[in-house]
Design a protein around this ligand. Structure first.
Ligand SMILES: Nc1nc2c(ncn2[C@@H]2O[C@H](COP(=O)(O)OP(=O)(O)OP(=O)(O)O)[C@@H](O)[C@H]2O)c(=O)[nH]1
Ligand SMILES: [Mg+2]
Ligand SMILES: [Zn+2]
Length: 367
């Protein structure tokens, strides 16, 4: 069957039927109507590294290199391909490698501040962000607040998944506490050895949705993925006995289609530095603070010492949890710090550019 999107009028038969791609989430949503040019096909990035990408097309997986023009565009816009990206590919008959000719506009994506201070896309075109925390030692409110800020910033729906239910005898109390930190967010508990809760996670991705696993190393992300796949596709490793920390077993971000529909991107454990800034949404993560902030006297109230601050008043009146408000302030400081780092980088880049220009001008005058 030819997908309507792949059959522009008068271009003859499409190269590949797109039907099998539906299990990879194609088409992303009804408004996603990017036309695929003649003799091209859509594909989804399974994994990407150093400009190369392993891409899933209707015909199977293939290794792809970017066209010169796409490479140029990615460089100009500071973009790197990542798992979950949708691409336009062109393949000459008989070629083993396909050419990536275009990157389709990204939908909700998980981003973080990259090592160079630029935003870096970790996983693209998401419907659900699974915030994974282990009920052994990993699960706490502060960590969840960070993960939630990241998830709300992505634009995809967060779902909290508490793993290792077999290692905690107060599972319900923990789930309730995490539910309090994440008002309105679904909280699931799973136990990999017994398979408890795995079906509920699968249900979150029903209908060909795309999810990403986010959480610290050792939280049990890959173990959960394996349980959903019904096979040990991803390696997993025990956390260190000494401090309960993970060993960063997963090292690359990779997209897996799930039996029964939907796909899931496994990620390396997120180190919680540089997590925030651009990708963070504090109002989403602290919706109850945001609700009071609307009633502050000043629209740009920082809730510090301004008169008529409704947020401070709510804390004083016991309507807003003081600890939560403290976390809000702390995360806001971190976001501001990360943002300042980015500003500093931009300023330096601008200065460099002017230095180069004035050098070139001087050289011209000498001639
Ligand atoms: N008892 C128990 N152990 C679990 C459960 N889920 C995961 N584990 C164990 O926790 C350890 C870490 O699991 P991984 O799946 O490798 O963790 P990860 O989040 O993928 O870690 P990174 O890849 O380093 O980010 C492994 O030894 C798993 O067997 C569970 O439900 N119960
Ligand atoms: Mg892993
Ligand atoms: Zn205020």
């Amino acid at each position: 069957m030819t997908h309507p999107m792949n059959a522009p009028a008068g271009t003859g038969p499409a190269l590949n039927p797109c039907e099998p791609l539906s299990s990879f989430g194609w088409p992303r949503d009804p408004e996603f109507r990017a036309p695929i040019p003649p003799l091209c096909e859509p594909g989804r990035v399974v994994a990407a590294a150093r400009g190369l990408a392993l891409v899933r097309t209707a015909a199977g997986e293939c290794l792809c290199t970017p066209s010169g023009r796409l490479r140029e565009r990615l460089r100009a816009e500071g973009l790197t391909l990542c798992a979950g990206d949708w691409l336009v590919l062109r393949r000459e008959p008989g070629d083993a490698r396909a050419l990536m000719v275009d990157l389709l506009p990204r939908g909700p994506s998980l981003t973080r501040q990259g090592p160079d201070g630029r935003p870096q896309c970790l996983a693209a075109n998401l419907d659900v962000v699974l915030l994974v925390m282990g009920l052994d030692r990993d699960c706490n409110a502060a960590r969840l607040e960070r993960l939630l800020a990241l998830a709300w910033g992505s634009g995809a729906r967060p779902v909290v998944v508490l793993t290792k239910a077999d290692l905690n005898d107060r599972v319900e109390a923990f789930a309730a506490r995490m539910g309090g930190v994440a008002p309105g967010v679904q909280v699931l508990t799973v136990c990999a050895p017994t398979g408890l809760g795995v079906a509920e996670v699968r249900a979150c991705l029903q209908g060909g949705l795309t999810g990403v696993l986010a959480g610290s190393s050792g939280a049990g992300k890959s173990t959960l993925l394996n349980a959903l796949l019904g096979e040990a596709a991803q390696a997993t490793r025990a956390v260190r006995d000494s401090d309960g920390r993970g060993r960063h077993t997963t090292t690359a971000r990779e997209l897996f289609p799930l039996p029964g529909g939907g796909c899931l991107i496994d990620t390396p454990g997120i180190r919680e530095v540089g997590l925030l800034a651009d990708g963070a949404d504090l109002d989403g993560a602290f919706s109850e603070v945001a609700a009071f902030a609307g009633r502050c006297r000043f629209r740009d109230c920082a809730h510090e010492s301004e008169p008529g601050c409704a947020v401070r008043k709510a804390v004083a009146d016991g309507l807003l949890d003081a600890k939560r408000f403290g976390h809000f302030l702390q995360l806001r400081r971190e976001v501001a710090f990360e943002a300042a780092r980015t500003d500093e980088r931009l300023r330096r880049e601008r200065e460099d550019k002017w230095r180069q220009i004035s050098k070139a001008q001087k050289a011209l005058r000498k001639r």
